[in-house]
Design a protein around this ligand. Structure first.
Ligand code: URA
Length: 260
């Protein structure tokens, strides 16, 4: 959480969290609906210390305060939703509570997954953290399971590791990418025969995030990605109990694991 967010006027904090206009907040305060540590607050202009724990100490109209600024979410992105604020069709932000969509600063995805990619997606309202997480120099690894349409030719892992593969239309080769054949467990319990019948499944780990990188990488290797799922972002692993479309708020330790 940035230093600037540490202490804020109550009406500004709540308006920025989407609870209404400054006037609406003043009215909530007047009616005793904003409670801190069990006592109703009386001055909408007072400053409050903003920390992650504030949600456990403050209630608004009887309900726990939404996560304060500095929010980081881990989501299981389902197939068919777009990581965009303004495109047509189902958007990732529609999976968030209505009020969270009115927050300032807005919640944005940390990088993107294609509409046809599922898996671990992080979102935040913290611009500095977002940039740090996607900056190539941070070396945050992203791991994907890719089902390929065609059999492997045999040299893919070597070419990807070499750091020489060029994507169509780009001037710089990709940084080295690690590739392994997925284990049966990683294939979601499919047997070797089933996997072979449906196309090989590989696990790739990238340090950068170029546009449609995994799909374009395998196109450059003469293959085609049929299905793509991200299961790791830095040191964070998709939890088994996070169903598609669900999300959870990361605590301090979870946020640190992104960069572990
Ligand atoms: N690479 C892709 O091709 N698509 C994604 O969604 C992520 C990485």
């Amino acid at each position: 959480m940035s230093a600037a967010a540490k202490s804020m006027r109550l009406d500004r904090l709540l308006a920025n969290l989407g609870y209404g206009s400054r006037r609406d907040i003043q009215s909530l305060v007047k009616r005793g609906r904003v409670v801190l540590d069990g006592s109703p607050l009386t001055d909408a202009g007072q400053h409050v210390a903003v920390s992650r724990e504030l949600s456990e100490r403050m209630t608004i109209a009887g309900a726990r305060l939404d996560p304060p600024p500095g929010l980081v979410l881990m989501m299981h992105k389902p197939l068919g939703v777009t990581c965009s604020h303004k495109e047509a069709g189902p958007l990732i932000y529609h999976l968030l509570p209505q009020r969270w969509r009115a927050r300032k600063p807005a919640i944005s995805t940390i990088g993107r997954l294609d509409k046809d990619t599922s898996g671990l997606l992080l979102l935040t309202d913290d611009g500095a953290l977002l940039h740090r997480a996607i900056a190539p120099k941070s070396k945050v690894a992203k791991r994907y399971l890719a089902r390929l349409a065609r059999p492997l030719r045999g040299d893919e892992a070597e070419v990807l590791a070499s750091g020489t593969l060029m994507l169509e239309g780009e001037a710089k080769p990709l940084l080295p990418v690690e590739m392994e054949i997925a284990t049966e467990a990683e294939c979601g319990g499919l047997s070797k025969a089933e996997v072979d019948a449906n196309g090989p499944v590989v696990v790739v780990t990238l340090m950068e995030g170029r546009y449609h990188q995994v799909r374009r990488m395998f196109a450059a290797l003469g293959n085609h990605v049929g299905a793509l799922h991200r299961d790791r972002f830095g040191g964070l692993q998709m939890p088994d109990d996070l169903a598609a479309g669900e999300f959870r708020v990361l605590d301090e330790a979870g946020i640190e694991r992104i960069f572990a």
